[in-house]
Write a protein that binds this ligand. Structure first.
Ligand code: ATP
Ligand code: MG
Length: 305
C-alpha cells in the first residue's frame, strides 16, 4: 500500500508573544500531500501566527513542525525550498520592477536565467500582470500587489504553497481567475494551504478546512462535511390557518401572519420530523418552500459558541 505523506505535520504547537498574548495553544494539525486546505477563523484567531511560524517569520514557543519529512528546526533551508509563501502583509521592495522581482526570486532558488525568464512570462500572464512587468511595485494597485506576491511565490515551483488571505482586495472577476489557477495547480499535484474569510472560496476550492478559535483548532473536517454542518435551512410554510403552534415548541418558528410561519432547521432530516409533528396541530399546509442557505450566519454562530 502506498502511503500518502503529510505535507505539513504540526504537533503541540504553542506561541506566546513577548507582550504575553497566547496566540496558539497546543495545536496539532496534519495536512496531507495533495490537499487543498483552508484555515478559517475570526480576526485574531491565530491563522497568521501558524503561517508565520511555518515560514520562519515567527519563532514558536514550543512544539514540532515538519514540512514533508523535513523538521523545520533541523532542516530549515531545505524545508523553506519546498514552500512558496504569500504573506498577509505586502513585503515586496516597492522600488523594484515587477519583472525583476520575480526573476530575481527564481535566481535565488537556483533557476538559470532562461528558465527564470520563461517562468516569469508564463506566471505573469497567468496572473494578468504581464502588461505591468516594467512598472515598479509601488505603482501597482492593492490587488495587483497581491497577485505579484503569488507570482513570486510560484517561481521555484514549490510542492507546498502557503497563502495568507490571497484574495483579500482582489476584485470578483480576478478572484475567480485565481481560483481557477489555484485549482489547476492543485490538480497537478501541489499542496495548498490558505487562510481566507470568504466561505465561497472554501466551498469552491478547498477539500479540507480547519476552524481556529482563540488559538485552538475547534474543527478539522472535509469541506463537504463542514458544509453539511454549517448549512442551516429556513423554510417558509403556508397553512390554511395557524393554530396550536405551541405544540411545535421544540422547533425554531417565527409566525409571520395568520397563514405563514418561518421554520429554521439545521439538518435536512429534521424536516421529516417536523412534517411528522405538524399534523398534531391540526394545521393543513398549502405550501412549503426553502428560503435558502445561510452558511455565513451559521459559521458566525460556530465561532461564537
Ligand atoms: N507580533 C505580535 N506581537 C504580539 N501579539 C501578536 C503579534 N502578532 C499577532 N499577535 C496577536 O496574536 C493573536 C493572533 O493573531 P494572528 O495575526 O495570528 O490572527 P489571524 O487569525 O491571522 O487574524 P486575521 O484574520 O485578522 O488576519 C492576536 O491576538 C494578535 O493580536
Ligand atoms: Mg491573519
Amino acid at each position: 500500500m502506498t502511503q500518502i505523506m503529510n505535507a505539513i505535520t504540526i504537533k503541540g504547537l504553542s506561541k506566546t508573544y513577548k507582550n504575553g498574548t497566547q496566540a496558539l495553544k497546543n495545536i496539532d494539525l496534519e495536512i496531507r500531500e495533495g490537499d487543498f486546505f483552508a484555515l478559517l477563523g475570526a480576526n485574531g484567531a491565530g491563522k497568521t501566527t501558524i503561517i508565520n511560524i511555518l515560514t520562519g517569520l515567527v519563532i514558536k514557543s514550543s512544539g514540532n513542525i515538519k514540512i514533508f519529512d523535513m523538521d523545520i528546526d533541523h532542516n530549515h533551508q531545505a524545508a523553506k525550498r519546498l514552500m512558496g509563501v504569500v504573506p498577509q502583509e505586502f513585503n515586496v521592495n516597492v522600488f523594484e520592477r515587477v519583472h525583476d522581482i520575480v526573476v530575481n526570486q527564481a535566481g535565488y532558488y537556483g533557476l538559470n536565467r532562461k528558465q527564470a525568464l520563461d517562468r516569469a512570462e508564463e506566471l505573469l500572464n497567468a496572473m494578468d500582470l504581464w502588461e505591468k512587468r516594467n512598472q515598479v511595485a509601488r505603482e501597482l494597485s492593492g490587488g495587483m500587489k497581491r497577485r505579484l506576491m503569488i507570482t513570486r511565490a510560484l517561481m521555484h515551483q514549490p510542492k507546498l504553497l502557503i497563502l495568507d488571505e490571497p484574495t483579500a482586495s482582489v476584485d470578483v472577476e480576478l478572484r475567480h481567475g485565481m481560483w481557477k489557477y489555484l485549482h489547476r495547480l492543485n490538480d497537478s499535484g501541489s499542496t495548498i494551504l490558505l487562510t481566507t474569510h470568504y466561505l465561497e472560496e472554501v466551498e469552491q476550492m478547498c477539500r479540507t478546512a480547519a476552524i481556529i478559535k482563540e488559538g485552538q483548532i475547534i474543527k478539522n473536517e472535509p469541506v463537504k462535511t463542514l458544509i453539511q454542518l454549517l448549512h442551516l435551512e429556513e423554510y417558509i410554510i403556508t397553512v390554511k390557518k395557524i393554530q396550536n403552534i405551541k405544540k411545535l415548541s421544540q422547533y425554531q418558528i417565527m409566525v409571520i401572519d395568520d397563514h405563514t410561519f418561518e421554520l429554521e432547521i439545521d439538518r435536512e432530516h429534521q424536516l421529516n420530523n417536523f412534517l411528522a409533528d405538524l399534523p398534531k396541530t391540526g394545521m393543513k399546509t398549502t405550501d412549503i418552500r426553502t428560503k435558502g442557505f445561510r452558511l455565513e450566519k451559521l459559521f458566525i454562530n460556530m465561532l461564537k459558541d
